[in-house]
Design a protein around this ligand. Structure first.
Ligand SMILES: [Zn+2]
Length: 421
C-alpha cells in the first residue's frame, strides 16, 4: 500500500515537498531514483548499495527479463532481498521505454529531447534520413525557434523495425520472436516485486508525427486499462502508476492527463518525448501537472539533468529517475557544486573531488590524479569511486531542493545551480 502526504506547498506555485510511504520504507520528495538497470549498478557490487545515501531506485524490467535475472530475483524472495537494500523504495519500469529504444531510438540514435541528440546523430542514421549534419541542425532549429515554415522531419510507423499492435509489441531477441504486452509486463513486474510499478506504455519519439503520437497515446490508454485489470489482485502489495503520454502536443498531453488522471491508481508517471528544448520540457510538464490529481505523486520518467529537475519541480513533479549520475561517472564526468568537472582536465590535481562531500572517495581523500591513474590502468576502483561521488552529489542536491521548498528558498537554490549547470 502506498501513501503520499504533501508536507510543504506554497499556494502561489505548484512546487511541493512530501513523504511517500510503502510497506518497505519511505522517501522524502522530490527525490531522484538511481537506475539499477538489471537490478544492479555496473560499477558497484550489490553489498555496497546499502551504503548509498539514495533511498529510491528503479530497475528496468526489460533488462532483468532479457538477461534472465528475474528467476534469480524470485529465488532471492523479491527485489529488496536480491539487491540487499531493505528499507529503500524500489520501482520498476514497464519495458515500454526499451520498446521505444529498440525501434526509433536505436535506428535513429535519438532520445527524449531532440535537441541534445542532434549532435549525436551518427553518419549512418544521417544518411538513412538523407540528410547532412548541417541540414539537420538548421532544419530543427529553424523550424522550432523562428517559425520559418520549414518542414520538420517526421516519421511514420512504417519506418519502425519493431511491430506494435493493439495486442502488444513484437520484437526479436537473440534471433527469436518475442512479445511484450500489458499482461506480460504486469506479470514480470509482480515477480520482481518492487514497491512501485509502471503501466505498460509506448514511449513515442520526438520525431513521431502528431497523428502517430495520438494513435499511440490512445492505445497506451487502452493498455493502461489492461494493466490495471491484470494488477487487481496485487493492488495491496504493489502500487501501479498510470503513465501520461502525448509527446510535445498540448491537446494530447492534456487529454492523456485527464484520462490517466481519472483512473483509480495511486500515482502517475509522465513519459515520452518533451519537444526540442529544455524550455519545452517545462511547458509540457506544466500542461500535465495542471490536470493530474494534486494529491497523488508524479514521477517524471527518465529525466535528470539538473536544469530539468529544477524546472519540473517548479511544475509540481515529485519523483525522477535518470542514468546521468552513474553513466557519467563511468565516463569520467564528476558533478560538483561548482559545475561538472571532466577528470581529463584535472588529472594533475592532487586534491579530492570536492570538499565537504560525504562520499567514500572524498572522505578517504582519493585525489583526482589517483582516479585518473586508476582509469588509465582499468582499475575498477576508478568508476566505483566516481559513481559513489556522483550519487552522493545527486542525493545532496535533492535534499537541498527539499529543504529549499520547506524554507521558501527554492528560487534562490535554482538560481544558484543555474549558474553552474
Ligand atoms: Zn565525493
Amino acid at each position: 500500500m502506498l501513501s503520499f502526504d504533501i508536507t510543504s506547498k506554497k499556494n502561489s506555485t505548484k512546487v511541493r515537498a512530501g513523504i511517500l510511504r510503502t510497506s518497505c520504507g519511505e522517501i522524502q520528495t522530490p527525490e531522484l531514483a538511481i537506475v539499477a538497470t538489471d537490478a544492479q549498478l555496473r560499477s558497484l557490487p550489490n553489498d555496497v548499495l546499502k551504503e548509498l545515501p539514495s533511498r529510491y531506485f528503479i530497475v528496468n524490467t526489460y533488462h532483468t527479463y532479457t538477461k534472465e535475472i528475474i528467476p534469480k530475483i524470485e529465488t532471492a524472495g523479491g527485489i529488496h532481498s536480491y539487491m540487499q537494500i531493505p528499507g529503500r523504495i524500489i520501482a520498476t519500469d514497464s519495458g515500454g521505454f526499451q520498446v521505444f529504444s529498440l525501434g526509433f531510438g536505436r535506428k535513429h540514435n535519438i532520445g527524449k529531447l531532440v535537441q541534445e541528440n542532434i549532435v549525436n546523430f551518427n553518419k549512418s542514421s544521417m544518411s538513412s534520413l538523407g540528410l547532412t549534419r548541417r541540414s539537420t541542425l538548421k532544419h530543427f532549429v529553424m523550424d522550432s525557434r523562428s517559425g520559418s515554415g520549414m518542414t520538420r522531419f517526421k516519421f511514420d510507423d512504417s519506418d519502425n523495425p519493431i511491430k506494435i499492435t493493439e495486442k502488444g509489441v513484437e520484437f526479436e531477441l537473440d534471433g527469436k520472436p518475442n512479445v511484450l504486452n500489458p499482461e506480460i509486463s504486469m506479470d514480470l513486474q509482480h515477480t520482481i516485486g518492487a514497491d512501485i510499478m509502471m503501466a505498460f506504455d509506448e514511449c513515442t519519439s520526438p520525431l513521431n508525427s502528431y497523428e502517430y503520437t495520438k494513435k499511440s497515446m490512445e492505445r497506451t490508454h487502452r493498455w493502461l486499462d489492461r494493466s490495471i485489470e491484470a494488477h487487481q489482485s496485487f493492488e495491496e502489495k504493489q502500487a501501479l502508476f498510470g503513465i501520461v503520454q502525448g509527446g510535445e502536443y498540448q491537446d494530447l498531453r492534456e487529454e492523456s492527463a485527464r484520462i490517466v488522471g481519472s483512473k483509480e491508481v495511486p500515482g502517475f508517471g509522465i513519459g515520452g518525448s518533451f519537444g526540442d528544448f529544455h524550455e519545452a520540457l517545462s511547458t509540457t510538464v506544466s500542461w500535465v501537472t495542471a490536470i493530474l490529481p494534486p494529491e497523488k505523486p508524479r514521477h517524471l520518467l527518465g529525466i535528470g539533468k539538473i536544469r530539468d529537475i529544477f524546472s519540473a519541480v517548479q511544475e509540481g513533479v515529485d519523483l525522477f529517475d535518470c542514468v546521468i549520475p552513474t553513466r557519467e561517472a563511468r565516463h569520467r564526468m564528476l558533478y560538483t557544486k561548482k559545475g561538472r568537472l571532466y577528470l581529463r582536465k584535472l588529472k594533475h590535481l592532487d586534491e579530492p573531488i570536492e570538499k565537504n562531500c560525504a562520499c567514500r572517495a572524498c572522505v578517504e581523500g582519493v585525489t583526482m590524479s589517483q582516479l585518473w591513474r586508476w582509469f588509465l590502468a582499468h582499475d575498477l576502483r576508478a568508476s566505483t569511486y566516481t559513481t559513489l561521488h556522483n550519487i552522493q552529489f545527486y542525493a545532496d542536491l535533492m535534499r537541498e531542493i527539499r529543504e529549499s521548498i520547506e524554507n521558501n528558498t527554492f528560487s534562490q537554490r535554482r538560481e544558484y545551480y543555474y549558474r553552474y549547470y
